[in-house]
Design a binder for this molecule. Structure first.
Ligand code: AMP
Ligand code: MG
Length: 416
């Protein structure tokens, strides 16, 4: 018997990393850029490196409320005379001389001559004079000009995402607008005769179309412009026409459903009519029947219909592909190795993304718990989960206390 480790295609199924590498190699990033003000640029990908036009801090300033002093030549026991005030935005304009100090507040420019700020708690004030409890060190409680960033230094790189901190940094440097990549136009639709739009009562055997809402949410956090194309029936002609039209208008087309083997394997057939099939079927659970191809100017991702498979294939394949297309630098999902609290069941064969919850253990260290209800239709489990537990293809599960790999969904989560 050949072991799965010896068979790179795992019985015709592509390992996730092979499929992703091929997809990323096929896709060239879209290269068009645009200027945006900072606020609308949140979440977008920088199209140019950004260099600091100024030092940050721009001037040497106090890190504490206290007194600006000259450290050289201080005699223990000799008081200093307070000769003025320095506040944030209201500097002391004079020059400090030996024997003098200036009352200073956080963020105020350190007066010329001064080389330390003694925090107010370490000072005894007596009228217009202060007594220092300890001799201060040069540079104490001072934020030097250029100490964070030097003028001319590269602060952000092309291909980086504009996060809240990066927007703040650009603003701190006085940069009001940035050059970012234009967003890929991403169209998506769902397929299936059973799908019913929200607001309509369900006929027997029908279900609500939830995948388009999942996709809306998944696309929302990416630097792409999503377009919802609605639902399509299980009809080869209609699907081929929809793909052909979308393939002319958009950069990416995503469908859900009709991707597996058998009667309803319509998307792969529709794709081969109007475009090219590049790869199909992953050694991943859930998410095996993923399709990747090209339709005219668009890249095409045919996701499985099962709601949890949509999330798994989107986060593991579509998201990195869209990020790459949008000009983003290569990235990897955050993965941690943590002890598992309960037994996890798995058959060797495919890489598996089980739904779990990260929870603090009694010792305060994080642990993960596999949730009940691991079916690929079980959206309720996914909605409760805050991470995937990533079990390698050859794994046959885990016992309580085993260390497993975890991919968090967010950096915070409610406790229960
Ligand atoms: P399929 O890949 O088309 O065979 O669909 C697999 C399973 O996913 C079936 O139970 C479908 O009813 C379900 N499904 C397909 N599309 C959707 C959708 N848009 N929303 C919710 N469930 C879906
Ligand atoms: Mg279907």
């Amino acid at each position: 018997m050949t072991s799965f480790a010896d068979d790179p295609c795992r019985g015709g199924l592509l390992p996730l990393e092979t499929a992703l590498a091929r997809i990323l190699a096929a896709i060239d990033p879209l290269d068009a850029d645009e200027w945006l003000d900072l606020r609308p640029a949140i979440g977008r990908v920088l199209a140019r490196d950004v260099h600091a036009p100024v030092d940050l801090p721009a001037f040497t300033n106090a890190a504490m409320d206290g007194y600006a002093v000259i450290t050289a030549g201080l005699t223990p026991g000799t008081p200093l005379t307070v000769v003025g005030h320095a506040l944030a935005g209201k500097p002391f304009t004079g020059m400090l001389r030996p024997g003098q100090c200036v009352r200073i507040f956080t963020g105020a420019a350190v007066p010329r001559g001064a080389d330390a700020v003694v925090m107010q708690e370490a000072v005894r004030r007596d009228g217009n004079q202060i007594h220092l409890q300890h001799p201060p060190q040069p540079g104490e409680n001072i934020r030097p000009a250029g100490g964070d960033i030097r003028k001319g230094e590269r602060v952000l790189r092309r291909g980086e995402r504009l996060t809240a901190a990066r927007l703040g940094l650009l603003a701190a440097l006085g940069i009001p607008a940035v050059q970012v990549f234009q967003r890929p136009q991403v169209a998506y639709f769902s397929s299936g005769d059973e799908l019913t739009p929200l607001g309509t009562p369900l006929a027997p055997g029908r279900i609500y179309d939830s995948n388009r809402y999942s996709l809306h949410g998944l696309l929302h956090s990416l630097p792409v412009a999503p377009v919802d194309l609605g639902r399509q029936p299980d009809d080869l002609e209609r699907l081929a026409a929809c793909l052909a039209q979308a393939g002319e208008q958009f950069d990416v087309v995503i469908s859900t459903g009709g991707a597996s083997v058998g009667e309803a394997d319509l998307l792969r057939r529709a794709l081969t009519r109007v475009g090219e099939l590049h790869l199909w079927r992953l050694a991943v659970k859930p998410g095996k029947p993923l399709i990747f191809g090209r339709i005219r100017r668009a890249w095409y991702f045919g996701l499985p219909g099962n709601p949890v498979s949509v999330h798994v294939t989107f986060t593991q394949i579509v998201r990195p592909a869209l990020w790459h297309l949008a000009g983003g630098r290569s990235f990897r999902p955050l993965r941690l190795r943590l002890p598992c609290r309960n037994r996890l069941h798995k058959s060797p064969g495919r890489l598996e993304f089980q739904r779990g919850r990260l929870i603090p253990g009694v010792d305060g260290h994080w642990q993960v718990e596999g949730l009940a209800g691991q079916g690929s239709h079980q959206l309720a489990t996914l909605a409760k989960a805050n991470c995937y537990i990533v079990l390698p293809a050859e794994s046959s599960g885990a016992a309580p206390g085993d260390v497993v790999e975890v991919e968090p969904f967010e950096t915070w989560s409610t406790d229960d």
